[in-house]
Design a protein around this ligand. Structure first.
Ligand code: IMP
Length: 431
């Protein structure tokens, strides 16, 4: 196995940061293939907690080549801040041998944030308000401003390009023209200084990846958000603007990238931020307790996350949609000591029981969960380090229901807080 896909199997925030960091250490290349400043991978480095929004999680490992592919959208100020933070922590400049950015990535503009504000005020999706959706829309609309465009255009030409773009969207933005002119002038300045800063990293990433694949390098495809937020397969229209699942990898490059191993991360319960259906949601004290015990606040926006029981129908769907063979369960410690816990085995809708989702879009607000209660584990392991019988039963239930194996259980923020179950180590995923 040389290439490995790692994605979240729920609605994001599954605790991927720590896992991706551990697997990144075993990798030669880490590639981000979608998303932008809406995501947040929380990592601990030298006692500091850092949230990476754009940079691949291998950025702290000196031997890893990090790649940001076509599928991403970049927010200039956020990415520069991230680069500065990483360079401060590692105490050296990040060189082009450690970071490659595709010139074909799109830039998120202040215009996109404007458009998003307006849409959210009319039809709420509960987005992160980072302009991500409108930036992807412009890509599909064939009018995105890409990094390579900013590099190639003079300031004057870029200004004209932006003016035309604002005009294209004129039906949706209602602002004073003088304010818009100032915004365009500022956008030209920001975009130009942004591309100056990232110029050493901008390269032809397809060629780089083709070489890495040919040389059987260990390549990690790092997903952001989660499978249920995928624009095609998720709970449409309450989704993000990109393909968060396996298809995003294939769409993100000028060459076919094989995926040898497919690993998904899921919490032992579910969370979701923003609007949209969430059949297993606990709108009661139990939900509030899990929210508090699990510190369930968004890494990017600080919003309180909605909480629900583990949803087996949803989990099976994400696993099948992405060909996942291995599940890494996270936050097992959060539920330790609860008397009992629930899992959702089906939904009822219009008097009928539904155990199977055709696509995420089938999930509706009206669906009621069919919950099975089971005794919870007192602690994750016994004194000998063996997985407690209740947690083992929980894993077996997931395996029976989904067909994937539970290979790792994570039970705390530290790297060592993991139990390997179906696998011997993180390195084993590449075997
Ligand atoms: P957008 O990606 O900002 O357009 O937001 C669309 C939906 O995806 C909203 O429900 C957001 O809360 C959700 N979302 C986007 N990024 C993340 C993430 O990294 N974690 C969890 N939810 C996210």
């Amino acid at each position: 196995m040389s290439t490995l896909l790692l994605i979240g199997l729920q609605w994001g925030d599954e605790g991927k940061g720590k896992i991706v960091d551990a697997i990144a250490e075993e990798s030669d290349v880490v590639m981000r293939y979608q998303g932008g400043a809406n995501s947040g991978h929380t990592l601990k480095q030298k006692d500091e907690t850092i949230v990476l929004h754009h940079l691949p999680s291998g950025i702290f490992h000196p031997t890893v080549a990090n790649v940001m592919s076509w599928g991403m959208v970049l927010s200039p100020k956020v990415l520069i801040e991230e680069l500065d933070t990483v360079e401060r922590i590692v105490g050296r400049k990040i060189g082009p041998e450690h970071l490659a950015i595709s010139g074909h990535t799109s830039i998120v503009l202040p215009l996109h944030c404007r458009l998003e504000e307006r849409r959210e005020s009319r039809r709420k999706i509960g987005t992160t308000r980072r302009g991500i959706g409108p930036a992807y829309e412009d890509r599909i609309g064939r009018c995105a401003v890409r990094v390579a465009d900013v590099m190639a255009l003079s300031e004057k030409a870029l200004k004209a390009r932006l003016e035309a773009l604002y005009e294209d969207h004129d039906l949706e933005i209602s602002a004073d023209q003088r304010e818009l002119n100032e915004e365009i002038a500022e956008t030209v300045r920001v975009c130009k200084s942004f591309v100056d800063r990232i110029a050493p990293y901008v390269t032809r990433v397809s060629r780089l990846m083709a070489t890495a694949v040919r040389e059987h390098k260990k390549i990690l495809f790092e997903g952001a958000q989660g499978a249920m937020l995928d624009v095609q397969q998720g709970t449409y229209p309450y989704v993000t603007g990109s393909m968060t699942g396996h298809a995003g990898v294939h769409a993100a490059m000028g060459i076919y990238l094989p995926i040898d191993a497919r690993v998904g991360v899921a919490k032992v319960y579910c969370t979701r931020v923003g609007e949209g259906p969430f059949p297993s949601e606990l709108k009661n004290e139990v939900g509030e307790k899990i929210q508090t015990d699990g510190h369930e606040f968004g890494a990017t926006t600080g919003r309180k996350r909605r909480v629900g029981w583990l949803d087996l129908v949803q989990l099976r769907y994400s696993i099948l949609a992405n060909g996942i063979t291995d599940v890494i369960l996270t936050k097992a410690d959060v539920l330790s000591g609860y008397k009992d816990i629930g899992v959702v085995r089906a939904y009822t809708t219009d008097g009928a029981e539904l155990e199977w989702l055709e696509g995420g879009f089938e999930m509706t607000e009206e669906m009621k969960p069919v919950v099975q209660m089971m005794p919870c584990w007192k602690q994750v392991t016994d004194a000998q380090g063996k997985i407690s019988p209740e947690l083992e039963e929980f894993c077996v239930l997931i395996e029976k229901y989904t067909g994937a194996r539970v290979s790792v259980i994570s039970y705390g923020p530290k790297r060592k807080d993991v139990i390997f179950r179906g696998r011997k180590s993180f390195q084993d995923f590449y075997q």
